[in-house]
Write a protein that binds this ligand. Structure first.
Ligand code: NAD
Length: 428
């Protein structure tokens, strides 16, 4: 299917329908959960720097809040569509449910390209987004966060507007705030560390000691860097990483036979996670094609860059040595590739479980903000470990007991929890 024809909402609904069948959900529950509970579509007029007015389209979708307030980011993107936002909101519901945090799923967006907006225009856009929704979002109803092309500064402008409208301080209205302004320690590390907590548990179950295991990683951004840091601390080695080269407009894989060294790579990596090729070669790294990360003789593959990277074309190139795939990225594996992974007998930790450390820490940020009392980093990361480990064990238990693929087991747990919460409230 051509990328332009790909509709993530259709994919999300198809995935839901399949698991609804496995759970034998009644029709009303299916009708409730395969659609958004509430959607807001609105216009945001902004006075531009040239004195003219421009009107932007904004969205907020609440997929389900039976288990707690909605949670999910706000994306600024020129190709944003309501169906993308709907799909992402639904996936947030399942992600919060599988790690058993008391939050539902939401997502927001604005059709815009922030690269073409001055800081002042971005601030007005953020404040305008909140003005349209100030009575429909909040610390106890629906809690936004940063996402594609939005950052901590955008969150602070949104918080300020929300608090101005409501006349009091509500730091729990939004997450992704800077530390010292309501943000949580440990959030930067949370997704990468959370991923490795699940890898550690999976290896334990397979009877493999992490010491001496070798991994290959796609991506060298926030998720990958912290995952690599913790993985090497528990004794593993990373043979190679791949990243995008903005100048050459293609991806490369950087490999060192005795393992990559973060201390060497950090100084030659930019803030977008791109490694400088010339400097990497000087340090003795081989620069291989972007897809080479997947074909290495390693024990563990960690896709932590983009969606659809393990697909029907390359799944057979995965080496026989690979025993575990831990999905750091969202949606890195296509449905067709899942079949290949099953045939090869590779253990998979699915994305919405493996990368749920981020949202779990955002939940911790919200709890701290609502209390206006902030925890030490060790406390945050300790609580994160407990949550991720418990979620992994529950999913793996479900998979073993019912002979399910791990992705299906995670979906069954998540959808069952949300279905029960909706039924227990008497909604269906
Ligand atoms: P990031 O922007 O910090 O890093 C992305 C990395 O991917 C960069 O190193 C970039 O060079 C690399 N990359 C881009 N295109 C590539 C290609 N074609 N081949 C190889 N590498 C390529 O992003 P991130 O925050 O680390 O997020 C990575 C993935 O994890 C995304 O799918 C994101 O949705 C998901 N995720 C992130 C978080 C989080 O808290 N950051 C939470 C959950 C899921």
């Amino acid at each position: 299917m051509a990328a332009k024809d790909y509709n993530p909402y259709k994919t999300a609904q198809d995935q839901f329908d399949r698991v609804a069948g496995m759970l034998d959900l009644d029709q009303a529950t299916r009708d409730l959960l395969r659609n958004s509970l509430r959607e807001h579509h609105f216009s945001i007029p902004v006075q531009m720097d040239d004195g003219g007015k421009k009107v932007f389209r904004g969205f907020r979708v609440l997929h389900n809040d039976a288990r707690g307030p909605g949670k999910g980011g706000i994306r600024f993107h020129p190709q944003e569509t309501i169906d993308t936002v709907r799909a992402l909101a639904m996936w947030m519901t399942w992600k919060c449910a599988v790690v058993d945090i008391p939050l539902g799923g939401g997502k927001g967006g604005v059709i815009c390209d922030p690269h073409n907006l001055s800081l002042r225009e971005q601030e007005l856009l953020c404040r305008g987004w909140v003005r349209q929704l100030a009575r429909n979002v909040g610390p106890f109803s629906d809690v936004p966060a940063p996402d594609v092309m939005t950052n901590a500064q955008h969150m602070l402008w949104m918080l300020d507007e929300y608090e101005t409208i409501h006349g009091a301080r509500y730091p729990g209205f939004i997450t992704g705030k800077p530390v010292g302004m309501g943000g949580s320690l440990g959030r930067t590390e949370a997704t990468g560390y959370g991923l490795i907590f699940t890898v550690r548990e999976a290896l334990k179950e397979m009877g493999i000691k992490p010491e001496g295991t070798v991994a290959s990683v796609q991506g060298f951004g926030n998720v990958a860097q912290y995952a690599i840091e913790l993985f090497t601390r528990i004794g593993g080695e990373v043979l190679c990483v791949s990243c995008w080269d903005q100048e050459k407009q293609q991806a490369f894989t950087y490999k060192k036979q005795d393992g990559i060294d973060l201390g060497e790579l950090f100084p030659i990596t930019d803030s977008f996670g791109s490694i400088n090729q010339e400097k990497a070669r000087e340090l003795g790294y081989e620069a291989l094609p972007g897809g080479a990360w997947l074909e290495q003789e390693v024990d563990i593959l960690i896709p932590a860059a983009l969606e659809n990277e393990i697909n029907a074309e390359n799944v057979n190139k995965i080496s026989k040595r690979v025993k575990l795939i831990a999905e750091g990225a969202n949606g890195p594996t296509t449905i067709e590739a899942d079949e290949g992974i099953k045939e090869k007998g590779i253990f998979l930790i699915p994305d919405f479980l493996a990368n749920a450390g981020g949202v779990t820490c955002s939940y911790f940020e919200q709890v701290q903000s609502n209390m206006n009392y902030y925890w030490e980093k060790d406390e945050v990361l300790g609580k994160l470990d407990i949550k991720m480990t418990a979620a992994f064990m529950a999913t793996s238990e479900m998979a073993k007991k019912n002979k399910l693929y791990m992705r299906d087991a995670a979906y069954v747990i998540a959808i069952d929890r949300v279905a029960r919460a909706s039924q227990n409230r008497g909604w269906v």
